[in-house]
Design a protein around this ligand. Sequence first.
Ligand SMILES: *Cc1c(COP(=O)(O)O)cnc(C)c1O
Length: 474
Amino acid sequence: MPPARFTEILLGGLAPDGGLVVPEHYPRVDAATLARWRSLPYADLAFEILRLYADDLPAAKLRAICRRTYTAEVFGSDDVTPLVELEPGLALLKLSNGPTLAFKDVAMQLLGALFEHVLREQNRELNILGATSGDTGSAAEYAMRGRAAIQVFMLSPYGRMSAFQTAQMYSLADANVFNIAVDGVFDECQDLVKAVSNDLLFKRRHSIGSVNSINWARVAAQIVYYFKGFFAATRANDERVSFAVPSGNFGNVLAGHIARQMGLPVSRLVVATNENDVLDEFVRTGRYRPRAAAETHHTSSPSMDISKASNFERFVFDLAAHDPARVRALWSALEREGQFDIAGSAEAERFAACGFASGSSTHADRVATIRATHERYGVVVDPHTADGLRVARDWREPGVTMICLETAQPAKFADTIREAIGAEPPRPAGYEGIESLPQRFERMPADVERLKRYIAERTEALPSSVDCRWRADG
Ligand SMILES: *Cc1c(COP(=O)(O)O)cnc(C)c1O
């Protein structure tokens, strides 16, 4: 594709040929800059990093947006992502103190503010359509609630989310948030979203967009806390750290890879999966084999139950030394044969230099890790973070702090916590009794025409002659 500016790809999604958008290069951060960044508060660090990618936003504007987004009110502390030491050489980076208690808030809150700004500048409106099985949808709703020129239509499977997740979403009273409870499973919700998005005329007339995990701005926003974690765990820039990352769509750990490419002194990037071990298999063998839906396990770390890592293509573009023809060849093989293998190729050599390690866990590992972490350190972790800690154990090195990313709070996954420690998980202040708040949602059969009618009645249709600059996305 011809090069596009940051704000253009912020609202759009896929490139015209269906590929993902990537920066032309990763800016290198020199030693003096790293030293200067060490003492910055989170919001200003976010500004310094994001401005390297968001070069068509005025600096003052971007700084103001970062400062409004990354506050103690929204994220619970001035640190935003505080580091907690479990024992010397092992720490948790707490990414889940945002409004929906999962790490997706860190990027999504910024996305909400960026969207609002750009839409205002362009005098446009955006109707976000998405499907959720729990975490992403609520993060999107809390990021977009009450914002001008944005409405959210979020589909969720009726009666199939945890009581906590349901309450989090359905208790929102904002006029720009529409919860649609579909009689069906998550995949049917996803299919409805695809069906609406494939109707390009409808999509254009009703300014439909999305905030799914392939959004480049979300990846960019996640780079920031890798730097923050490094500064919090070290005293000088000649030290190194490793990160253990509970992984599903490869979005979070991709941000870690980019941070490392930018010059952050990272020893290992440890990819931790659950029973859905597509990524673990790739790191160990070089073979990438996405699983069929029927082969995808429903696990007790459900936000990592993926069959196909949607951000992985961005990483492979790096491994292919930014040769689009090579990426296309690999993805053609994927379509033809259902897998590709980089073993023995130039990609494998480059991969070896990227510092990756990996492992997977089972339900029993998860429960044992939650219990042991509670007994040893007096800390309760959620099942996803437990997968990270379990795999992290195998990859520690003397003199290098292993930072495990905490991706959600245990309160969201009470069943597994009860099984592990025989007690209710701690619930943060402000979330007591949310299950008994009044709930607001529209229950609907899995019917595309019905959904389109619902959206059409609540959005202003543009004349069909309007040329829309936003392209179709996932
Ligand atoms: C989304 C999510 C993950 C996986 O993150 P990816 O960026 O998709 O790899 C892990 N843990 C939790 C709690 C999540 O919500």
